[in-house]
Design a protein around this ligand. Structure first.
Ligand code: MGD
Ligand code: MGD
Ligand code: MO
Length: 807
């Protein structure tokens, strides 16, 4: 700081910090060190929604509450795979199904959530603003706007409508631009017009785009123009992602905000925050947003970077450049609860942070509800909560009084007081009612919705219901939307559009969820999902390995074929990192293109050239824990199981197989079987009758057996004669194999489900009663339905076939 100024220090925070952690970090950086360069992974997540809210409402407010998802007669899910990513909300949506409730899903691919859809608009990626512009124009043409509401409460209708008409004049134009059937577009428009209780819930398919803010405003425009904001069952609804994405927005964790919903742009706000914190060094204006921040690190402008609770080496676009930036940065500080991540590998100073169950504080959800997170595990070793680590550094820097917190309750009270400070109703984010909580009251705090503008005020479920907004004139703003399409289109025939997203049982960069064998049962290997037409076009084979190439970047994964994909597009999961697979980081395929308003990366739209991954041999290796992690094979991915670690391997010619095998197995194998003509090789190593390692190699990947039975041999202890005999076959045909696990909660496999279906359990509820599958978290229910459906199609086919048989 002395040599290079406060701007040479940057903080990169996370929506997975608790509000108290976040508040203290933001205060130290912006108020005391005096650097504006504080940004957060929420930049990659919610910043387009934040910017859209501010443009429309004058403040970052989600007007509705969760109950609205149930009350809505038309539920529009835009770019949101709620079945997998918000499973609790999804179950509420499901339970609220009724005769007259309709659901429209807007997503370029068929995801688990489509299960709930009465209408699926499988649009060309990135064209959402055209669809909503078209809707606005159509509503106006069909006299379906709420003119009275617009007149009283909104500005900007004329210019917005003109822009909408220019971009998407009629149904035919929308259908053509979005690559949808005219009938489907018309149906959606008619439903929207006819349904006062409409909620449009949106998440990353909208936000993570070069036009993310515009997409958000295009949605909000339609809600404002019909007067459907902040009313029961009628609102635009941005679904947040991380547990405390909202808390981060409240403390001002984003580089362009200050604290407690105050902004740099206002001199009065800056003055107020400075006085409240008694800040010696308040940052003067907005700092660098995530992508630009890492660019500044790369340039050498930032000399100290403190990363907390996020894994940018995996989650930011163009990961190779991010890693280069981290390698160049003189001082990288990383606070994490997991020692080995792709980002901690670059740490000069690694701080052991408390993880979820070890820490105490608060989080806020999408409907502005603050809940306590209570510590239920002791702090191991030198581990400390993030707020403590930051405060300790603050005190050592000499800011003793400002960081003299004894507990998260101390921090929370101060945060609440700042929200109340000289507020006088100007800022909706107001926790006046919580400023004087005693330690015990804080400890026992029940989930509480803000605003709480007085000590005894009642929580408010919905905001802006009276049509008064947080803008300077109290009126909402409709925003004219020009069409901005994704930055790069795929080249027909040689590259695919890369869509990235989440899978059911993994969390982000899987630093924690990949440690749970149960969670890896659902998908144990990185994959790429394409339409069957593209299999043929690019020489890919389902179940074999495929690769995606962009320049010197590569993604290798198992090929899955799905008619749910649009031809020309590929879906890859965001989860795998360098610890768990050789080349499976989705962000390696993405360029750092950002939304000009929000700075959010276009994470849903890369491009890459597909092709088969050619290997001489494919292998499965199972070893007891504690084996070295990295195998120098062209392809590897690992998945920890209950009593061993399982590896998928593939590679080119190996000169000295015996040496290689001994290395992998941790010594010479006792059991060996080789059939060189077919490229088959199998070996096992035992230690006093217990299995230590097994290797199965085959020239063809699809000839390798499933490893469920083999994994059981590691758990079995000393192997009996029968197991020994079947070891190199990798399975015991006499035993039941449950197949791929569908329900992770109860460990129910596909074959068990199929057997139950044959025995007459023909719906989700009865399967649940019989096998328990789908009865806990419920996120496998769409897959259960899919199995039931394919069984139905199959039996129709068989019956049809029988009728033809005599010919
Ligand atoms: N299991 C699990 N749950 C999670 C998470 C997790 O890692 N794992 N992460 C949490 C976090 S932080 C977040 S932000 C949320 C994210 O929750 P979601 O937003 O539901 O997550 P994604 O799977 O990233 O993307 C949603 C959908 O957007 C679609 N999409 C892609 N491009 C477009 C487009 O141009 N238009 C439209 N309309 N749709 C498009 C994708 O096909 C995908 O199905 O999930 C949260 N919940
Ligand atoms: N291509 C593509 N990229 C994306 C997305 C996408 O859909 N596609 N989604 C984006 C979105 S929405 C998000 S939210 C980001 C998520 O991206 P990241 O934030 O990078 O992902 P996580 O794996 O959740 O990283 C959290 C890290 O914090 C650690 N951690 C957990 N709890 C604590 C704690 O209490 N304290 C500390 N100090 N550390 C902790 C974890 O071990 C982990 O290393 O990814 C973004 N990147
Ligand atoms: Mo997120």
């Amino acid at each position: 700081m002395e040599n290079h100024g406060p701007g040479s220090v940057a903080f990169y925070l996370s929506g997975q910090l608790l509000t108290e952690d976040y508040y203290v970090a933001n205060k130290l950086a912006k108020g005391f060190i005096g650097t504006p360069h504080v940004d957060t992974n929420s930049r990659l997540c919610m910043s387009s929604a934040v910017a859209a809210h501010k443009r429309a409402f004058g403040a970052d407010i989600v007007p509705g509450c969760y109950e609205d998802l149930e009350l809505a007669d038309l539920l529009v899910l835009a770019g949101s795979n709620t079945a997998w990513n918000h499973p609790i909300l999804y179950q509420r949506m499901q339970a609220a199904a009724r005769q007259d409730r309709r659901v429209t899903v807007i997503d370029p691919r068929t995801a688990a959530t489509t299960d709930l859809a009465d209408l699926h608009l499988k649009l060309r990626p990135g064209t959402d603003s055209i669809l909503f512009n078209g809707l606005l124009a159509w509503l106006a043409d069909n006299k379906a706007l709420n003119s009275q509401y617009v007149e009283r409460h909104c500005d900007g209708l004329d210019s917005t409508l003109a822009a909408a008409r220019e971009a998407a004049p009629d149904v035919a134009s929308v259908a053509q631009q979005c690559d949808l059937a005219e009938q489907d577009v018309a149906t959606f428009f008619q439903w929207f017009a006819a349904t006062p209780r409409t909620v449009t819930a949106f998440s990353q398919g909208i936000n993570q785009s070069v036009a993310g803010t515009d997409k958000g405003n295009a949605i909000i425009n339609c809600h404002l123009a019909t007067g459907r904001v902040g009313l029961p069952g009628a609102s635009p609804f941005s679904l947040t992602g991380q547990p405390n994405a909202m808390g981060g927005r409240e403390v001002g964790g984003l580089a362009n905000t200050l604290a407690a919903h105050m902004d740099y742009e206002s001199g009065a706000d800056r003055h107020r925050v400075r006085r409240f914190w008694q800040a010696p060094n308040l940052a003067r204006g907005p700092g660098l947003k995530a992508v630009d921040m890492f660019e500044a690190v790369h340039r050498g402008d930032i000399k100290v970077l403190w990363i907390m609770a996020t894994n940018p080496a995996v989650s930011l676009p163009e990961t190779a450049r991010v890693r280069e930036a981290l390698a160049r940065c003189p001082t990288v500080i990383v606070s994490d609860c997991v020692p080995e991540t792709d980002t901690t590998a670059f740490a000069d100073i690694l701080l052991p942070a408390a993880g979820w169950g070890e820490k105490d504080g608060t989080v806020t959800n999408s409907e502005r509800c603050i809940s306590r997170q209570r510590q239920f595990l002791p702090l191991p070793g030198d581990v400390r909560p993030d707020w403590w680590l930051v405060s300790a550094v603050g005190r050592r820097l000499g800011y003793t009084a400002a960081f003299d917190y004894r507990s998260p309750a101390d921090v929370f009270r101060e945060h609440a007081r700042l929200s109340a400070f000289e507020n006088e109703g100007r800022r909706l984010f107001n926790l006046t009612g919580l400023t004087d909580l005693s330690d015990t009251q804080y400890q026992d705090l029940e989930p509480t919705q803000w605003p709480l503008s007085g000590a005894s005020s009642r929580p408010v479920a919905r905001l802006f219901s009276d049509g008064r907004f947080s803008t300077s004139n109290g009126r909402a703003r409709l925003v004219p939307i020009r069409t901005i399409l994704p930055s790069r289109q795929a080249d027909a025939g040689s590259s695919l559009v890369v869509n990235t997203g989440r899978i059911r049982d993994q969390w982000h960069t899987m630093t924690r969820t990949a440690r749970s064998p149960r969670l890896l049962q659902h998908r144990d290997e990185p994959f790429l999902e394409v339409h069957p037409e593209d299999l043929t076009r690019y020489g890919l084979v389902e179940g074999e390995l495929g690769q995606l190439i962009r320049g010197s970047n590569r993604f290798v994964g198992r090929v899955r074929s799905s008619t749910g994909q649009r031809p020309g597009e590929v879906f890859v999961p965001i989860h795998w990192n360098g610890q768990f697979a050789s080349d499976a980081i989705a962000n390696a395929l993405l360029e750092p293109v950002t939304d000009p308003v929000s700075g959010q990366p276009e994470s849903k739209h890369g491009h890459a050239s597909p092709g088969p991954f050619t290997a001489h041999w494919h292998g499965r290796l199972l070893t007891i824990k504690g084996q070295p992690r990295h195998w120098r094979t062209d392809y590897w991915s690992q998945a920890p199981l209950e009593s061993c670690v399982s590896w998928h391997l593939a590679g080119g010619k190996i000169r000295d197989w015996p040496a290689q095998v001994s290395l992998w197995l941790g010594g010479e194998p006792q059991l060996v079987m080789a059939d060189p003509a077919r490229g088959v090789f199998r070996a096992a190593r035992l230690q006093s009758d217990r299995l230590e390692a097994v290797l199965l190699v085959d020239a063809q990947a699809n000839r390798l057996p499933d490893i469920v039975w083999l994994a059981g041999c590691f758990a079995a202890g000393a192997l009996d004669e029968n197991r020994r005999r079947h070891l190199l076959a990798g399975r015991d045909v006499a035993l039941d194999d449950i197949g791929p696990v569908i329900c992770s909660c109860f460990g129910v496999g596909q074959r068990q489900i199929e057997a139950a279906m044959k025995a007459g359990y023909r719906d989700v509820a009865s399967l649940g009663r019989q096998l328990h599958c789908g009865t806990n978290c419920g996120s496998c229910v769409p897959e259960l339905r899919e199995l039931l459906e394919s069984d139905r199609v199959e039996s129709d086919r068989v019956e049809g076939g029988m009728a033809l048989a005599p010919e």
